[in-house]
Design a protein around this ligand. Structure first.
Ligand SMILES: [Zn+2]
Length: 240
């Protein structure tokens, strides 16, 4: 298996990766309550897994994956135990400085992969700030919004009504596939702080969604590397 994890590289290997114009994925997620049946690392585990599998699947150019940023923006989950949240500006500053550090080492292709709903609008705005104020251009996607993934979610997990939900059918299915030992299906019922129907979760559904997400991310990364993706995102050129 080739090395894809940022924290496992040595100094000279970073130089090689930079010269090869590696894409650097920054997974961003959360540690927050996920009902009584899922672990609080659900969002981090889902998005980090998709990032690693896609990076591993690409042979023709290097893709590095940073350690996941697990401190997300989750004030709406603070009424429930286990949740850790940053304040808004702290979160924005954290993302800005991590991306700016990666960029300072010569990496020009930076890709935020988000795994938590509450982070999505913050990352979208932060990316504009990063480009305009720091001169750091980057791409950002939510893993459930990658092309083909939301369609697959609608098909496979209809009770979440085309969304990711929260600890509902989709996330329960994903965790039954990825970390079944941490799921308690006897407690998989709706409680406040859950959106969707956890009891409808199933391992096979989770496997299908992860497979589609990984394949979709591989395609996006190839388009990013070749420049096709940037050509589609003309507005980014206008602000830089
Ligand atoms: Zn979640």
């Amino acid at each position: 298996m080739k090395k894809i994890l940022w924290e496992t590289l040595r100094r000279s290997e970073f130089e090689d990766a930079m010269k090869a114009d590696a894409i650097v994925i920054i997974p961003v997620a959360s540690v927050e309550q996920h009902g009584n049946h899922l672990p609080i690392n659900t969002d981090t585990n889902c998005c980090f897994t998709v990032a690693q599998r896609a990076a591993q699947a690409i042979e023709e150019f290097p893709v590095l994956v940073l350690p996941p940023i697990w401190t997300g923006y989750s004030p709406h989950h603070m009424p429930y135990p286990g949740t850790i949240t940053l304040k808004y500006h702290t979160f924005v500053e954290l993302l800005t400085q991590v991306a700016a550090s990666v960029h300072a080492h010569g990496f020009k292709k930076i890709f935020f992969l988000n795994g938590h709903y509450g982070n999505a609008p913050v990352i979208a705005a932060m990316r504009t700030k990063l480009a305009a104020e720091e001169g750091v251009s980057c791409i950002g996607y939510n893993y459930w919004d990658l092309p083909s993934v939301s369609e697959e979610i609608k098909k496979v997990c209809p009770s979440d009504k085309g969304f990711l939900g929260h600890s509902g059918e989709v996330e329960t299915s994903l965790q039954l596939y990825l970390q079944p030992e941490l799921v308690n299906m006897e407690a998989a019922t709706w409680v406040p702080g859950v959106w969707g129907d956890p009891s409808a979760g199933a391992r096979q559904k989770g496997e299908r969604i992860i497979d589609v997400a990984v394949n979709s991310l591989v395609k996006i990364l190839r388009d990013y590397y070749s420049g096709v993706l940037e050509d589609k995102l003309v507005w980014r050129k206008e602000i830089l």
